[in-house]
Design a protein around this ligand. Structure first.
Ligand SMILES: *[C@@H]1O[C@H](CO)[C@@H](O)[C@H](O)[C@H]1NC(C)=O
Ligand SMILES: *[C@@H]1O[C@H](CO)[C@@H](O)[C@H](O)[C@H]1NC(C)=O
Ligand SMILES: *[C@@H]1O[C@H](CO)[C@@H](O)[C@H](O)[C@H]1NC(C)=O
Ligand SMILES: *[C@@H]1O[C@H](CO)[C@@H](O)[C@H](O)[C@H]1NC(C)=O
Ligand SMILES: *[C@@H]1O[C@H](CO)[C@@H](O)[C@H](O)[C@H]1NC(C)=O
Ligand SMILES: *[C@@H]1O[C@H](CO)[C@@H](O)[C@H](O)[C@H]1NC(C)=O
Ligand SMILES: *[C@@H]1O[C@H](CO)[C@@H](O)[C@H](O)[C@H]1NC(C)=O
Ligand SMILES: *[C@@H]1O[C@H](CO)[C@@H](O)[C@H](O)[C@H]1NC(C)=O
Length: 329
């Protein structure tokens, strides 16, 4: 970029001196000498050309000038505009008839300035990204043709943001710039860059950095761009990681406590119920094991009970039988 500027500046300087010398000579002597200065060639076939690379900010107004030739010497001024994906547009102004003509020029943002008879320039207002391309102004004079060729580049300033993401890493973003911005960090960290290309020919550059050194507390991101430089800084939370885990712990701890208390309480309830059950109504299995020895003991140790019982029942039976006998009788 600076190189092309320098060369075009040099060419401009060269052309200026050529024009100055030519004008001096023409003033003193003759125009044929001008032709000689223009390269000793048939000037209508090899025009004097100046290449200019021009950068313009989007949404601004710009005016591309034609070679500065004394107006009374100008026969015709022509602009040829070559844009991407479009047929070339040609605009011409004839001084003798004071007429302008246009071929395939549909963009209303590109116009002659108010008075093409006075200022043979091209005005673009406002400039859009689609205006990037080649622009050639040819000024035809009886002494030859003079040209300005512009390489127009449209700049879009990125929107710069800096924020801390998880993990103690910091993200610096240059959103929708043209061309891509360059990002650098202070102090240098462990960084990863990402480029996101948009449909409108802008680029978002994102740099995500991480600093292993826990002592780093303030970091700054610098964004370098043709439209300007920006710097942003952010204070790193030194214990970002530990504090986060602490927060998580603090938020989880009550839940754990509640769960434990609840579990203990539940156990207690279950235990109580079991104890009570045991006390009031023992389970049948347990009853059999525990009661049988006792029952056998009573049976064995109390034979009298059985016999008396038997006697009683036999007596009862006997009386019943007697009763029945009485009835039948
Ligand atoms: C150039 O010189 C010729 C004769 O030497 C003269 O007739 C003519 O007017 C001159 N042209 C200019 C532009 O001075
Ligand atoms: C330049 O070339 C054209 C034809 O291409 C010719 O008619 C004209 O005379 C030439 N002019 C000079 C100064 O040689
Ligand atoms: C101007 O640029 C064009 C290509 O863009 C090149 O062909 C031409 O030689 C350049 N002219 C000068 C005087 O540098
Ligand atoms: C050329 O035409 C415009 C109007 O179209 C007029 O204002 C201007 O004065 C004219 N210039 C000359 C030099 O005749
Ligand atoms: C104008 O554009 C059309 C296509 O849109 C193309 O065919 C034509 O050749 C162009 N005219 C000129 C003079 O470039
Ligand atoms: C956290 O950082 C580590 C390495 O530093 C990385 O592998 C991981 O993807 C990061 N996680 C998040 C959520 O950024
Ligand atoms: C380009 O597109 C991006 C994303 O859609 C948008 O944010 C930005 O403003 C656009 N820029 C221009 C100059 O149109
Ligand atoms: C941006 O920074 C670079 C490098 O320090 C410098 O060369 C350039 O002039 C700066 N641009 C602006 C617009 O300040």
């Amino acid at each position: 970029m600076p190189c092309s500027w320098r060369t075009s500046d040099l060419q401009l300087l060269l052309m200026l001196t050529v024009f100055l010398v030519a004008e001096c000579i023409s003033a003193s002597s003759n125009s044929t000498q001008q032709l000689a200065l223009s390269g000793n060639l048939n000037s209508s076939q090899s025009p004097t050309e100046v290449n200019i690379s021009l950068t313009v900010l989007v949404d601004t107004k710009t005016v591309l000038s034609c070679p500065s030739i004394l107006l009374r010497n100008v026969v015709i001024t022509t602009w040829e505009i070559f844009l991407r994906d479009k047929p070339p547009c040609i605009r011409a102004y004839r001084r003798d008839t004071n007429e302008t003509t246009e071929t395939n020029c549909t963009d209303k943002r590109m116009t002659w300035p108010d008075r093409p008879d006075q200022i043979p320039a091209l005005q673009i207002d406002p400039v859009a990204i689609t205006h990037e391309g080649h622009y050639r102004c040819t000024v035809a004079t009886p002494d030859g043709n003079f040209q300005h060729v512009y390489q127009l580049q449209v700049l879009v300033a990125p929107e710069v943001t800096l924020f801390q993401s998880e993990n103690r890493s910091v993200v610096c973003k240059a959103v929708a710039g043209r061309p891509a911005a360059r990002i650098s960090w202070m102090p240098a960290g462990d960084c990863v860059s990402d480029y996101e290309y948009w449909g409108n020919d802008t680029v978002t550059v994102q740099s995500t950095c991480h600093w292993a050194d826990g002592n780093v507390c303030i970091v700054s991101c610098s964004v370098f761009h043709e439209t300007g430089n920006w710097s942003r800084y952010i204070e790193l939370n030194p214990g970002a990681k530990t504090s986060k885990t602490l927060i998580i712990l603090y938020s989880i701890l009550p839940v754990i406590i509640v769960v434990i208390v609840g579990f203990v309480w539940l156990l207690k309830i279950i235990g109580c119920r079991k104890y009570k059950l045991k006390k009031t109504e023992p389970t049948p299995g347990v009853e059999e094991d525990e009661m049988q020895p006792y029952a056998s003991y009573t049976e064995k140790s109390n034979p009298l009970y059985d016999t008396t019982n038997r006697v009683k029942t036999s007596q009862l039976l006997q009386s019943e039988v007697d009763g029945m006998n009485l009835h039948t009788l």
